[in-house]
Design a protein around this ligand. Structure first.
Ligand code: NAD
Length: 401
């Protein structure tokens, strides 16, 4: 088996027999990840009749890694994702205490995975709070490395918070802090480079997928230099690097204030294709948009660095300890993330087979309990049975590809 390599930014060289590292995940991870692998293997086999194959290489992280090695995120795991470029992961428990931040954040930072990509679409049959969920087809590009998520903050009452306040007060003449003694402080770095690479990726993706509009979502009306900078640099980048596409009408760049955007997505979802936004806005937007089309069990995601080629596809939900071990968890999030992975690798025929199988299942009311209970005449399937159903539909698919 061999490794994926990168030829030039955005161009991967994918061997037909390829090794993909994966993290099983904690809690429901042990239930959803094997189901995802069975579905992916079936789709690849069906699409390429043995000419292509994934060899899954397990790497450890989370509780499983901690129990086996004493480390939540062993070096070998980071090495594997670095070396093989493309991987996939189940959900991980966030260690409590001990100064360890989220393992997901550590993975993103180590590999500089600067795009968090969340495609949002509706599947016929899935209940939605919207009147016209069929109009939802949005692709969120959330900046993944900057903003208030950089973790630069000091707690109220500490010497550091006092020092920070003294500096901005004495050196910079800041007088607007209402209660300096009891204030905590955070720093929100937003850079031109960080903005440019995110907006570039969003524009390229829009063009490659025949999506016309890229909307920059920000709060630049309030945070003029950070979120306002994002808007300004975003427009400048698009006008400089995508001038032809804009001039020919293939690409339209616009912007929305974040609060108005959230309202508009509910009222006029058809107005949006690709969304480029900062880290914190992207967090809120991802969850709202996911809820509009079926919620946490069905929302896929990926963290990508388009320059180095590194990408980790992931279940976007957590370890769901309240339902773990009961064969009721919905594996669709990680399955749809695997679809994104196959598309990223250029194995689009296999990706399409899985998407079609999900469409067939949902439109006939067959789903795991979290979705089936809201479907008129819904039929609840266990996690394993749902996976088997998908495999069977893929195997029986007689459509010309
Ligand atoms: P969670 O996503 O695990 O669960 C929230 C709710 O959604 C629960 O009621 C759960 O049963 C339900 N749910 C989640 N996924 C589902 C699925 N696929 N099918 C059906 N129902 C599903 O969030 P939480 O309870 O806040 O977090 C639990 C643990 O997971 C924590 O340790 C948290 O840090 C971690 N977490 C990890 C990730 C990740 O690895 N990407 C993301 C979020 C939370």
């Amino acid at each position: 088996m061999s490794k994926i390599k990168i030829d030039s930014p955005g161009k991967l060289l994918v061997p037909d027999q390829v090794t993909i590292p994966y993290i099983m995940g904690d809690g429901v991870g042990v239930e959803v990840t094997p189901v995802m692998q069975a579905v992916v293997d079936a789709a690849i086999h069906k699409a390429y009749a043995g000419a292509k194959k994934i060899e899954w290489k397990e790497v450890m992280a989370g509780e499983k890694a901690y129990n086996a090695t004493g480390s939540w995120l062993p070096e070998e795991t980071l090495h594997a994702f670095d070396e093989y470029l493309v991987g996939i992961k189940g959900p991980l428990t966030t260690p409590v205490g001990g100064g360890i931040r989220s393992l997901n954040v550590m993975l993103r930072q180590t590999l500089d995975l600067y795009v968090c990509l969340r495609p949002v679409r509706w599947f016929k049959g899935v209940e939605s709070p919207l009147k016209r969920p069929d109009l939802v087809d949005m692709h969120i590009f959330r900046e993944n490395t900057e903003d208030i998520y950089a973790g630069i903050e000091w707690e109220a009452g500490t010497a550091e918070a006092k020092k920070f306040y003294d500096f901005i007060h004495n050196e910079l003449g800041v007088t607007k802090v209402r209660f300096p003694e009891t204030s905590s402080f955070g720093v929100k770095p937003v850079s031109r480079e960080g903005t440019e690479r995110l907006v570039r990726a969003a524009c390229k993706y829009a063009l490659e997928h025949d999506l016309k509009r890229v909307t920059l979502v920000h709060k630049g009306n309030i945070m003029k230099y950070t979120e306002g900078g994002f808007k300004k640099w975003g427009y400048e980048l698009a006008q400089c690097e995508f001038a032809d596409a804009i001039a020919s009408g293939k690409l339209v760049i616009n912007d929305n204030i974040a609060d108005a955007f959230l309202q508009n997505t509910l009222l006029r979802p058809q107005d949006y294709d690709v969304i480029a936004t900062l880290n914190l806005n992207g967090d809120y937007i991802s969850d709202q948009l996911a809820a509009m089309v079926g919620g946490i069990g069905i929302a896929p995601g990926a963290n990508i660095n388009y320059d180095s080629g590194h990408a980790i596809f992931e279940a976007t939900h957590g370890t769901a300890p309240n339902i773990a071990g009961q064969n009721i968890v919905n594996p669709s999030s990680i399955i749809l993330s695997a679809v994104m992975q196959l598309e990223y690798m250029g194995w689009t025929e296999a990706a399409e087979l899985i998407t079609q199988a999900l469409e067939t299942c949902f439109s006939s009311g067959r789903a795991t309990a979290d979705l089936a209970r809201f479907m008129p005449d819904g039929q609840s399937l266990g996690t394993l049975e749902f996976g088997q159903e998908l495999v069977q539909i893929i195997n029986e698919n007689r459509d010309e590809l």
